[in-house]
Design a protein around this ligand. Structure first.
Ligand code: TGC
Ligand code: FAD
Length: 396
């Protein structure tokens, strides 16, 4: 007889390969056993422990889809299952991992030289070299094509000097390797530069943290301030120019967020269900007995199930080379929006206790607002989809 499991309504796990199930199990066990016990203190104190990247590296969770260079070379669906497991605990932990894997290792693997891959990827896969991705600037977030950071050819012929500022950059205060996107002063073409912190002369690179965030507090965020910072020619990504460079890495990171936010929503659903079954109001009934509470649970379970199925299909298409960026915009937008709406509705199930961080729901809600904003705010993804539907761009 067919059964219904509200934790996996469409039996999505039957679609995953043995290897994907094993990767998922590793990531779920690590996340629940090693991350969950740390998250409250990390969020309260706005403290990211960079050993977490080393721990993830030991388990093969970093740059997991990359083939060779010390990486696991697993499928896109397996990588999605990793982000789902980590974000089930906290979006900030997933963020630090996504930036390392999709936004720093990914572009080196896709657009770097063999020498760059050999130099950086094995250390990054182990979490010994921490990366970040500098695209957003104080005056240019949704429209990175207007960036002001500039790379000038050095008079001594030894590469470039970078000047400008990037803001809201995950991992920047702790990063050893900063991938900075800048416009070449002579042509205006956008190029990616691998800035090695330890090689920057004093005063040319600063990465102040942005403190007192009200979401993503378990990850570290900062600025990148560059003042004639020298970068050798061999640290430029040679194989790509223009916005295609940063955006192609964003496809992978946005795909990871689509899975990750479903993990966060599933955690909210599990916690709210548990709470509703235990909390009694009016004649000793559990509040789970009341229709309005059940609707909130049903909505969230449905959104999580649909979100996982759509992400699964896009993951398979990525590996077959058949995924258009608009597909990724669609799942990124939908899953972030539905996770935020669902988490916010489930927050109400906890009554006054939702105001205590011990119940974890408020932390997910404040994190999910950020996931809806970074990597293309949801309205920007609406416009990407609107352009694909109508052929008319509505950005400006
Ligand atoms: P547009 O004309 O659309 O495109 C310019 C060039 O880029 C190519 N392209 C893509 N290539 C691959 N994948 C994609 N998804 C691509 N999107 C665009 C495009 O084909 C074109 O190539 P070419 O060769 O013809 O020049 O450029 P536009 O300036 O009109 O772009 C508009 C818009 C809104 C789509 C774009 O600017 C956008 O996506 N804005 C959102 C910005 C964003 O997502 N920022 C993310 C910053 S990183 C971050 O948030 C990390 S948080 C990480 C964490 O902590 O988890
Ligand atoms: P704006 O671009 O100023 O947008 C503000 C509002 O206006 C949004 O609602 C937007 O949708 C809307 N809007 C803008 N243009 C249009 C339009 N044409 N039509 C309709 N509506 C429009 N960036 C990085 O490069 N690397 C990182 O690692 C990184 N990590 C981040 C971590 C955190 C915690 C946060 C909060 C942000 C991070 N970001 C990072 C930056 C993030 O990508 C940007 O915040 C995001 O792209 C939006 O840019 P903005 O904040 O400048 O908002």
């Amino acid at each position: 007889k067919a059964t219904f499991d509200w934790r996996d309504p469409f039996n999505a796990s039957s679609l995953f390969t043995e290897e994907e199930l094993a990767v998922s199990e590793t990531a779920e066990s690590y996340s629940q056993e090693r991350l969950q016990p740390r998250v409250l203190d990390a969020f309260r104190n706005e403290d990211y422990d960079k050993n977490i990247l080393k721990e993830m590296g030991e388990l093969g969770l970093l740059g997991a889809t990359i083939k060779g260079h010390g990486c696991a070379g697993v499928s896109s669906v397996a990588a999605g299952l990793i982000t789902r497991a980590v974000e089930r605990v906290d979006s900030g932990y997933r963020s630090a991992m996504s930036v390392q894997s999709s936004l720093c290792m990914g572009p080196i693997d896709e657009w770097g030289t063999e020498e760059q891959k050999d130099r950086f990827l094995p250390g990054m896969a182990k979490g010994q070299i921490i990366g970040c991705f500098g695209l957003t600037e104080p005056n240019h977030g949704s429209d990175p094509g207007s960036m002001e950071t500039v790379a000038k050819k050095r008079a001594d012929g030894k590469g470039y000097s970078l000047s400008g500022s990037k803001t809201w950059i995950t991992n920047s205060p702790i990063a050893d390797l900063l991938l900075v996107w800048a416009k070449l002063a002579d042509t205006g073409k956008i190029k990616g530069f691998l800035v090695e912190r330890e090689k920057c002369p004093p005063g040319t690179l600063e990465t102040p943290p942005i403190k007192n965030k009200n979401g993503l507090r378990a990850s570290i965020t900062g600025m990148i301030l560059l003042d004639d910072c020298p970068v050798p020619e061999e640290n430029m990504l040679p194989e790509v120019e223009g916005l295609k460079g940063p955006f192609s890495c964003l496809n992978s990171a946005r795909f990871g967020i689509a899975w990750g936010t479903m993990g966060a929503l599933e955690d909210c659903l599990a916690r709210a269900t548990d709470y509703a079954l235990g909390r009694k109001q009016f004649k000793g009934n559990p509040i789970a007995k009341y229709q309005l509470v059940q609707k909130k649970l049903a909505d969230a379970a449905t959104d999580a199930a649909y979100g996982i199925m759509a992400s699964y299909q896009v993951g398979r298409l990525i590996d077959e080379g058949k995924a258009a960026p608009e597909m990724i915009s669609m799942i990124k937008r939908q899953n972030c929006d539905r996770a935020l709406i669902g988490a916010r509705a489930l927050q109400e199930v906890f009554g006054g206790n939702a105001a205590s961080d011990e119940y974890h729901i408020g932390r997910h809600v404040s994190n999910l607002f950020v996931t809806q904003t970074y990597e293309g705010q949801s309205d920007i993804h609406s416009l990407i989809l609107g352009r694909a539907i109508t052929g008319l761009q509505a950005f400006c």
